[in-house]
Design a protein around this ligand. Structure first.
Ligand code: SRM
Ligand code: SF4
Length: 574
């Protein structure tokens, strides 16, 4: 025998191994008023239940104040009216009176203190919503195109997304016992240890796993950034029918500053299969990852590294043998845009939907705009379906023509216009929460982006570029939660008040951008952006977007992350 001994399993792997029911001592800590927070091991179990233990970073000087963030599981971002009203009510009673739309079409409740955690989770369950597996080493919220079904095709894609979401849910009974029955899972320790989830096994996945569906030419879910992407291909003979799906594997964005072994990566296109196989293929990809991902180094544990290191051909073979099918060559697909539709739009069967811009995804009341109150009143009175978009906006869907004026008037009463809701760059912007809730934030994001956009709007006006859409995304650290590496301009927090600047994403978000400047002070951002913007104004080709101009003329040929970084567009626009 030769060679080094195998690397030890990561701490999280041992935790899962010791309690595959994922219950830990959560019920006991929850029931103990003397404990202000959950101990470190249980923080990891909490994630599988959709909960993060945080502390208010604004208040650290006066000691740690523990608060929780709770993330719902809302496949496709679809919320019936009664559920929306319950969510709103729970945020008022148990949270910080805001609802945060996430970049994966879900809601987060922030600022929930420990005593209110149980009632909030119970309230969500009563509203027929779960938070199970919204976080943790499992499949997360499945994304699907948000724009309300104008066709049977879109409905079919959504139905498939929901089927996949349901099929990949973990089966542990601990969630129900702790949060619904309010007691620990009643199993002797040895039996707990023996539990094995039918799909995930005893130790679940090496790391998080993410799935998105897309319906070209719209790429609102940024499908190439997901571990697993399904791109619907319509049947040319019967356009309301899904002919099949192109299978994409190995996308992911998280990286760490100064660690070149971590990088954003766009997914590989592996092939095409029939829609009846959707759950079978999803399970094959998930189990292939379960068995091949790195369980020793969590920074290297995502599926993207398996694809990068073992290659797309190897992974395709794994998926085919597990699914018992042969993938056909991928069908042509072409993505041309990523964003949301705003204002009133015709839907189907005489119904309408209203696209509403939500600044950095935060539904709240301010003295100028009472979006939270307006939505509560509208949903209670007119009962539209609420749809969350992957760009942190929302749609009110299924509205009758006769209700439109009433909704428009109610919004106006609360300071919210329906036309010209926000300027071109705001409408295409996103920011992650970062401070004060995110423990990993290195710089401000949600609280800073609106002010920066105002300055940028000034610069664009000065350059005569006011009406141009530029996709701008900001995160407070390199983990990439608002998908900044796909933006035409990406800001990634480096340190307090300092950002790395990325340029060169495209409209269909199929191409990674590239680092342009590192550690730029907030005050210097406009100075750094002025030259490429001015060049774009003077040198652009007809209709050329800023991101495409940067990729062609500002950072040509320079690939800074992920060997597969630029591969997607070429294989796409066939
Ligand atoms: Fe994220 C961790 C917020 C989408 C990559 N993310 C976190 C945590 C939970 C911080 C933590 O671990 O302590 C953040 C909570 C902040 C807070 O106070 O709310 C957080 N991530 C978010 C949300 C809310 C950002 C948003 O602006 O909406 C998004 C929730 C989505 C959801 O509903 O499930 C969110 N996170 C993403 C995305 C985008 C996506 O999935 O489309 C990414 C990049 C794609 C990817 O996964 O590669 C992303 N989040 C990460 C990472 C880096 C993972 C990696 O592979 O390195 C972390 C850190 C970690 O997991 O250790 C992270
Ligand atoms: Fe927190 Fe970083 Fe994600 Fe922003 S990108 S929410 S700072 S982990």
């Amino acid at each position: 025998m030769s060679g080094n001994p195998p690397a030890p399993l990561s701490k999280n792997e041992l935790l899962k191994q010791n309690d595959p029911t994922l219950g830990g001592a959560l019920a006991e800590t929850l029931a103990n008023p003397a404990l202000a927070c959950f101990p470190a091991d249980d923080e990891q179990f909490l994630k599988f239940h959709g909960i993060y233990q945080q502390d208010d970073r604004d208040k650290r000087k006066t000691g740690r104040q523990y608060i929780m963030m709770i993330r719902a599981r809302i496949p496709g971002g679809i919320i019936p009216p009664d559920q929306y009203l319950a969510f709103d009510d729970l945020s008022e009673r148990y949270g910080n009176q805001t609802l945060r739309i996430t970049s994966r079409q879900s809601f987060q409740w922030h600022g929930v203190v420990k005593e209110k955690l149980g009632p909030l989770l119970k309230g969500l369950n009563d509203a027929l919503c779960t938070t199970v597996a919204a976080c943790g080493d499992v499949n997360r919220n499945v994304m699907a195109p948000a724009t309300p079904a104008a066709s049977a095709l879109a409905e079919r894609v959504l139905a498939d997304a929901r089927r996949v979401d349901a099929a990949l849910l973990p089966q542990t009974a601990a969630y129900h016992a702790i949060w619904i029955d309010g007691e620990p899972l009643k199993l002797p320790p040895e039996e707990k240890k023996q539990f094995a989830d039918p799909l995930y096994g005893k130790t679940y996945l090496p790391r998080k796993f993410k799935i998105a569906f897309a319906l070209p030419p719209l790429n609102d879910t940024d499908v190439f950034t997901n571990c697993l992407g399904f791109v619907a291909i319509p049947d040319p003979a019967e356009p309301a029918r899904v002919l099949g799906y192109n299978l994409l594997c190995g996308g992911g964005l998280g990286m760490s500053h100064g660690n070149p072994d971590t990088y954003p990566r766009t997914a590989d296109v592996l092939g095409f299969f029939a829609p009846e196989e959707i759950v079978n293929v999803a399970q094959a990809v998930l189990t292939a990852y379960r068995d091949s991902g790195d369980r020793t180094n969590r920074k290297h544990a995502r599926l993207k590294y398996v694809l990068e290191e073992r290659g797309a051909d190897w992974f395709r073979g794994e998926v085919e043998s597990r699914a018992g099918l042969k993938l056909a060559p991928a069908r042509p697909m072409n993505f041309t845009s990523q964003g949301d539709l705003f204002g009133w739009r015709q839907q189907s069967e005489g119904r309408w939907f209203l696209g509403l811009y939500v600044e950095t995804g935060r539904i709240k009341d301010t003295p100028q705009r009472q979006l939270k109150t307006a939505l509560r009143r509208i949903v209670a009175k007119f009962r539209p379906e609420v749809r969350l978009t992957p760009s942190q906006n929302l749609l009110l869907a299924g509205v009758h023509a006769g209700q439109k004026d009433g909704i428009t008037a109610l919004l106006a009463e609360h300071g919210i216009p329906v036309e010209n809701q926000a300027g071109a760059i705001r409408r295409a912007s996103m920011a992650c929460p970062s401070l004060p809730t995110c423990g990993l934030g290195l710089a401000e994001s949600e609280r800073y982006l609106p002010a920066l956009l105002e300055q940028l709007e000034g610069l664009l006006a000065e350059l005569g570029l006011s009406d141009e859409e530029i996709i701008i995304r900001m995160t407070g650290c390199p983990n990439g939660c608002a998908r900044p590496y796909m933006a035409e301009i990406g800001f990634v927090g480096k340190a307090p008040g300092k950002y790395n600047l990325y340029l060169g994403g495209n409209a269909g978000t199929t191409r990674l951008n590239r680092e342009y400047r590192a550690s730029v002070k907030a005050d210097d951002i406009l100075n750094e952006l002025r030259p490429p913007l001015a060049r774009w104004k003077n040198e652009r080709r007809p209709g050329e977007r800023f991101g495409d101009f940067c990729a062609r003329a500002v950072l040509p040929g320079q690939i800074t992350q992920g060997a597969a970084g630029d591969a997607a567009p070429a294989s796409l626009s066939t």
